[in-house]
Design a binder for this molecule. Sequence first.
Ligand code: UT7
Length: 329
Amino acid sequence: MSQRPRAAIASTGRYSPARVMTNAELSEIVDTSDEWIYTRTGIRERRIAADGEGAADMAERASRRALDQAGLTPSDVDLILVSTATPDRLLPSTACDLQALLGANDAGAYDFATACSGFVYGLAIAEGHIVAGHARNVLVVATEKMSAIVDWTDRATCVLFGDGAGAAVIRPADDERGILSSYMKSDGRLADLLYRPSGGARTPFDVAVLGERGHLVKMTGREIFKSAVRSMCEAADAALQRAGVTADEIDLLVPHQANIRIIEATARYADIPMDKVYVNVDRFGNMSSASIPVALDEVREQGLAGPGSVILMVAFGAGLTWAASVVRL
Ligand code: UT7
């Protein structure tokens, strides 16, 4: 095992909006069915944020739980890193809005945009700041209000996503626990497989954008599916190899929750049986980067993994980006 300085996950927290939207309800909005959605994706229902409830609000709820679990107060936080594909405002960052809500006035704060891979990227980013000595208590938060950016007239995408937030406190590791490896990749040539075409600086939001629904998510599902399986398998291999850990030493795989078929294909490839794979896509759909930290918090709460357990996290998303991490909890 490497003796380099490391960072560890000290605690986790999550928040799910109260509103549950079932597949049956969706079938009243678009031409779909519970049978189609469940068979193709494994999703039964998802959570939808309330009107006026934003990414920073959800992030605050998840963050307060993670801070409580770590025995910290907001003023102990040195750095806030927020992963979101759904910032409340384009300026300033959601991280700064979260900082204000928390009253974490001694922290630095910034957003980063790696879509569904965000939490796994965030662990590596936090570790970098900790090992470099920039910060000791880093809050990594993934918060996604996907319901605000999906096209509710497009049945091929709107059935897949849900809202939620997950958080973790990352601190210097003082024993065997900690992040054992990280792997991050991306391929910007494939950006247009999953994207929001306009509404940013190149094509600012206007009436034409609104008419074309160009500010909403467009996705080429089949191609994304193939890329997801390929890249999640590559990332799992690389993270295991970098950690010097074999698949049978993994206590639990906590994958990005986009589609049960992608999860099963990744587990099969990584040679990890499904009884060692955590799945909650049935209850939450794809919460983009919030999927993994929400799953991780459930895992810890249910005692499925605890201090000393070795877990593998693997994610994939728009960018395209993909990432994996092996962590001893
Ligand atoms: O975090 C990454 C985010 N993105 C993803 O993870 C997406 C990855 N891709 C997928 O999960 C799958 O490609 C989907 C679940 C999106 C689609 O499953 P698929 O097996 O690849 O179906 P398809 O796109 O090839 O569509 C099959 C049929 C089409 O009809 P025709 O052309 O065969 O008549 C679609 O129009 O299913 C139709 N269809 C639907 N039918 C009922 C597409 N969406 C729906 C729907 N309900 N919601």
